[in-house]
Design a protein around this ligand. Sequence first.
Ligand code: DX5
Ligand code: ZN
Length: 224
Amino acid sequence: MSRSAAPPAVRAVKVAPSILSADFANLEREVREVLDGGADLLHLDVMDGHFVPNITFGPPVVKSLRRATDAVLDCHLMISEPSRYVEAFARAGADWISVHVEAPDDLSATLGAIRAAGARPGLVLNPDTPLERIRPWLDRVDLVLVMSVFPGFGGQAFMPEVLGKVRALKAEGYAGEVSIDGGIDARTAPGAVQAGADILVAGTAVFGAADRAAAIRGLRQPAA
Ligand code: DX5
Ligand code: ZN
């Protein structure tokens, strides 16, 4: 191919490393490495030990990361009653705040509170939750996060059956970002991209790799 040839018309997918699989004792170094390695944003998994059977971190860690980077901080709240906390996450510096449609709470008030606090609201749905559950809210959210594992832990196997939801959102003309989260690696990424995902969230595949930049490239442009 000559150097002046137009690049192939491929849609650029964004890669969002999930810090769940990072070394928390060296978090600043870890996020710098993935951002220098081509990551487009950072995915922050917040778990409360109640909505999911695992506990991670809260606003103080988001606040520290906000001081360390200008990168978009995408907070995935796996917590019950998110309305009680969304303002604190926004104040800590979260850019996007996504809440589960399955979480017990007043969803309308929660989405309103996220927007009012200056962050972009997103909605997350578990692998066994049908798209119908989020349809009434689609015009109020900038991001839909489709879970391709049951939330709570990194390193689980990708569930290809959720790709139909990604395809349907795109086919219906949903204008926001569609993100997919769980079990994404160089082997599963192509199917997600083909289905129309705008953002690939990946924990183990990025932070578990010795060469994080190569892992990110491998997700964006999987080997043919
Ligand atoms: C799961 C989290 C994911 C997780 C993905 O509850 O929402 O973001 O970190 O991890 P991997 O990529 O290892 O499946
Ligand atoms: Zn997540």
